[in-house]
Ligand binder design. Sequence first.
Ligand code: HMG
Ligand code: MG
Length: 320
Amino acid sequence: MSDPSTGSGHRLPAVVRHDDLPSRITIYEVGARDGLQNEKTAIDTGVKADLITRLLDAGLSPVEATSFVHPKWVPQLADAKQLMEELVDRLGDRARELPVLVPNEKGLDRALELGLRHIAVFGSATETFANKNLNQTFDGQWAMFEPTMTRAKDANMTVRGYLSMCFGDPWEGQVEIAKVVEAGKRLLDLGADELSLGDTIGVATAGHVKALIKAFEEEGVPTERLALHFHDTYGQALANTLAGLQCGVTTYDASAGGLGGCPYAKSATGNLATEDLLWMLDGLGIEHGVDLDKVADTSSWLAGHLGRPSPSAVVRALRS
Ligand code: HMG
Ligand code: MG
């Protein structure tokens, strides 16, 4: 166990390892996309490029960059093309490795034009959210994804499948586990390399998380194919992450500073903060390859641009 008083730069938690948890995990950083998509005031494309560059420099990978959605639906990300071009200028081919959201063939065409290599489609476990977020019925969303994913695969892209409303829906209430598993398997059957289970409105609790993962396993979906995407609306994101770790899941979505929310989901607030996750992982001795100080510095810098403090407890504690 390390001494909590040692270490420079930031305070450190004592390290107590647990043999029954994964020894290393991947953090899938969504701050530049999920974190910013709900911001009402337009943020300069250059600031977004700086944010992504800083997150990469902190060791985060993958860093989701933006969305190729209809600009009227998500005005904040209307500069997706300019942003990716700016990143290619700065980072070269490395920028083409950054994943982006794509809902349909039109979005895929835009990503292909730029030579991008990783996309994520985003489906819903419920009818109402498929309608509100994608202007589709529950069944219609698969029909939209099918040609998009087939063409992406033919172009040797990897495709992540997000599934929203896995633990509850603001219009429909509780969502049956069996329905979530069916929808998730649909995305995997369509060719998703990885399935990210979204708690879009942050209502999940730890036992529910374990039950859902177990239900996927019972249907033949191994934990290696799963990622967990928690919003922290009710302060449960870290507890839910620990539940996921106990089940063996090794990919977690998080957003620098805890920004985030979905413009089409009532009551969706910030994502699990990357810094809060890093603090817990450090205490558990789980490797992640990310520099906590650099991420917290980036969130403080971004908070200056957004004009309000970061919602992350760890950022506030480290910068107090
Ligand atoms: P629609 O209006 O039904 O689109 O929107 P359409 O196919 O009828 O086309 C209408 C017009 O839009 C056409 O142009 C198309 O070309 C254009 P027109 O002929 O009228 O000039 N169009 C596009 N333009 C640019 N890029 C495109 C595109 N597609 C069509 N990709 C659509 C359907 C899916 C496009 C729309 O509903 C949309 O953009 N939705 C995106 C909503 C969104 O981004 N939500 C947030 C991300 S999801 C999330 O945050 C949850 C997550 O974090 C996980 C979790 O927390 O649970 C991932
Ligand atoms: Mg989200």
